[in-house]
Write a protein that binds this ligand. Structure first.
Ligand SMILES: Nc1ncnc2c1ncn2[C@@H]1O[C@H](COP(=O)(O)OP(=O)(O)OP(=O)(O)O)[C@@H](O)[C@H]1O
Length: 632
């Protein structure tokens, strides 16, 4: 303090009170603050340390302790904590050194406890944490990690074991050397960073009881008014970071004092690292440094207000981090069991994962070995398979009808029915959906719906339809009764107009769905295979009769082969096929009617292609049935 300047401190009481006023505005109100202890300018380092010695000793008992030096720049923080700048003399040693020295003294005095003391020293410079005990501090930027107990620490900071006070002296000189400092108008050797010296103390007595604690000795950078410190360039940048982090510290102190639910520890590296000391169960001591000169009245008032606020913070009850041998053994057992459990869980999950992998691989391989067989398909396939056995009739489609009725009816109700063909199309799709839903959806299943959507009028397969159009047979589309199934519908409704059909169809959706299904089912193994069987003497009569039965759902009006052939001939003008002609030759053979044959050839070729896959038999005949119906 300049001897010529006027002091802002009017009175210091023995009870820890202090009264300040602005010496340049004597008429302003005096401010009185109350603290635990006030130290004057003539107080020695040793006297200050003695006030803190009890705290230092409690570190050896397992308590966490933090001593902070706060105040404006040039107020003596570094002097108090580290001692005089430029070297350590035995007379003016700072709290840091004296504290560590004391720890060693206590350590040697307690013969029944073995202590392990390690030291870390870091600084927060421009909001970056740097290791002061590392040889190359510029490249050693430390990350703050959150530990399991929610507190922050610096696991990557160099931890130096110390055996004696001389070790401590060496490390502190190294840290001071590395610490960022620079001259300002307020201080020739102003600290431009916050330094944190952390002493980790682990003790273990002869009974096996252990204690673990740490001591934070914090020398904060001084708050400064830039107009007074005349900081520019790097100094200005440093000052901004310093003031910002100190502001964050003030926010945390304020939040703690007001017992807010949220404490903004994460707003700065400083408050993160000091979280356990500021709001935890540590024993914390703040040394507030002020400059008594009148020019610093504003800073002094600010520092005193801050310190008073900090003094109102209620820390949690400090407790020693001690563990008895029994507790420690139990904890070790718990940890061992936890690790064993985790290993078991891992093995179990690995096994489960393997099983899932094997299952999925099997599932992938399954379709290759066994093609998907929809329920309805099984009926039709059975029918076709049985149909290949002479004398054994195809399986009745009743079960398929029963199965499809429910689903088909439900779907029919949802659909907008605007005509026979649309109704039929939906019927055919609906028949597929419940069947397909029980099997893995295959590519061909998707094609079914697509094809139905595309060929809405007559349910032709796309390729068949194009060939059909090219052949000129599309004129048949305008003929209302080209489909056998349509013929059945017409006979029931008598009027094929859309309006009547809508009424009829809507009122008897379920029936029509059944008819459709029966029709398609009967067509699936009978129009295709049946036509093959027609070439054999025993099946030539049975197959068309079954088709009609399925279409009419009553089995009362069988159609003979001759009638069928006559009708085909009347529609197509083709001569009746030879009885010895196989289906393939009759459809795809050398017929005069290239138009009809080309159409049917497409279907037959499709049938050949799809034949190895029973699944395809389900979807293809539906289209084939319609195709065949139109042409027949
Ligand atoms: N109690 C004291 N007795 C003798 N000299 C002191 C005392 N306190 C501080 N000084 C001197 O005042 C100057 C500034 O002190 P110091 O560097 O400790 O301040 P500071 O608060 O740490 O400043 P900054 O925040 O800028 O680092 C130093 O030269 C220091 O030796």
């Amino acid at each position: 303090m300049n001897s010529k300047s006027i002091s802002s401190i009017e009175h210091v009481g023995n009870d820890g009170s202090i009264m300040v006023c602005d010496p340049y505005k004597p008429q302003t109100t005096r401010k009185i603050f109350q603290f635990n202890q006030i130290f004057g300018p003539t107080t020695t380092q040793d006297e200050i340390y003695r006030e803190t010695q009890s705290l230092i000793r409690s570190v050896m008992d397992g308590y966490n302790v933090c001593i902070l030096a706060y105040g404006q720049t040039g107020s003596g923080k570094t002097h108090t904590m580290c001692g005089p700048s430029g070297g350590l003399s035995s007379n003016d040693l700072g709290i840091n050194y004296m504290a560590l020295n004391d720890l060693f003294t206590i350590s040697t005095s307690r013969e029944d406890v073995k202590y392990d003391i390690r030291v870390q020293m870091v600084e927060i410079y421009n909001e970056q944490v740097r290791d002061l005990l590392s040889e190359d501090t510029s490249s050693t930027k430390l990350d703050i990690r959150s530990s399991s107990n929610g507190l922050f620490n610096l696991p990557d900071a160099k931890m130096c074991p110390v055996q004696s006070p001389s070790d401590v002296m060496t490390l502190m000189l190294l840290g001071e050397k590395h610490r960022a400092s620079g001259p300002t108008a307020m201080n020739n050797r102003s600290s431009r960073s916050h330094s944190i010296l952390t002493v980790h103390v682990n003790g273990k007595d002869i009974s096996g009881n252990v204690s673990c604690s740490c001591l934070h000795l914090v020398d904060l950078a001084g708050s400064e008014r830039v107009d007074r410190s005349e900081a520019t360039g790097d100094r200005l940048k440093e000052a901004q970071h310093i003031n910002k982090s100190l502001s964050c510290l003030g926010d945390v102190i304020t939040a703690l004092a007001q017992k807010n639910s949220h404490i903004p520890y994460r707003n700065s590296k400083l408050t993160q690292l000091l979280q356990s000391s500021l709001g935890g169960n540590a024993k914390t001591l703040m040394l507030a440094h002020i400059s008594p000169e009148g020019e610093s009245y504003v800073e002094t008032l600010s520092t005193l207000k801050f310190a008073q606020r900090a003094s109102t913070v209620e820390l949690g009850t400090a407790h020693a981090n001690k563990e008895s041998n029994d507790i420690r053994e139990l904890k070790e057992q718990v940890e061992t069991l936890k690790k064993a459990l985790a290993t078991k869980e891992f093995e179990r999950s690995s096994l489960k994962l393997k099983e899932n992998t094997v299952t999925s691989e099997r599932t992938k391989q399954l379709p290759q070995r066994t093609p998907p067989r929809p329920r309805r398909l099984s009926l039709e396939t059975t029918s076709s398979e049985k149909g290949s056995i002479p004398g054994k009739p195809p399986k009745s489609p009743v079960s398929a009808m029963t199965f499809n009725r429910d689903h088909g009816t439900a779907r029919d109700k949802e659909c907008r029915i605007d005509g026979f063909n649309r109704t039929k199309i939906h019927g055919s799709v609906i028949q597929m959906s419940p069947t397909l839903s029980e099997e893995p959806v295959g590519h061909e299943n998707e094609k079914i719906v697509t094809t139905d959507d595309m060929v809405t009028s007559y349910q032709l397969p796309p390729d068949g339809y194009s060939q059909y159009k090219q052949s000129g047979l599309d004129t048949l589309q305008r003929t209302p009764c080209r489909s056998r199934y349509m013929g059945v519908q017409v006979s029931q409704t008598e009027e094929p107009s859309d309006a009547k059909l809508d009424k009829t169809t809507t009122s008897s959706v379920a029936k029509r769905g059944s008819h459709l299904r029966r029709s398609i089912q009967s067509s699936i193994g009978k129009l295709i295979h049946g036509s093959e069987r027609r070439n054999t003497p025993h099946s030539a009569q049975a197959t068309p009769a079954k088709i009609t039965t399925n279409a009419n759902n009553d089995g009362a009006s069988p159609i003979t082969t001759n009638a069928r052939l006559r009708r085909r001939q009347s529609l197509t003008g083709l001569p009746p096929p030879s009885t010895t002609m196989s289906r393939r030759s009759s459809l795809g053979g050398k017929s005069d009617s290239s138009v009809q044959n080309s159409q049917i050839i497409a279907c037959a070729a499709s049938a050949r292609n799809y034949k190895p896959l029973p699944f395809s038999w389900v979807r293809w005949p539906e289209q084939h049935q319609c195709e065949f119906s139109i042409l027949s």
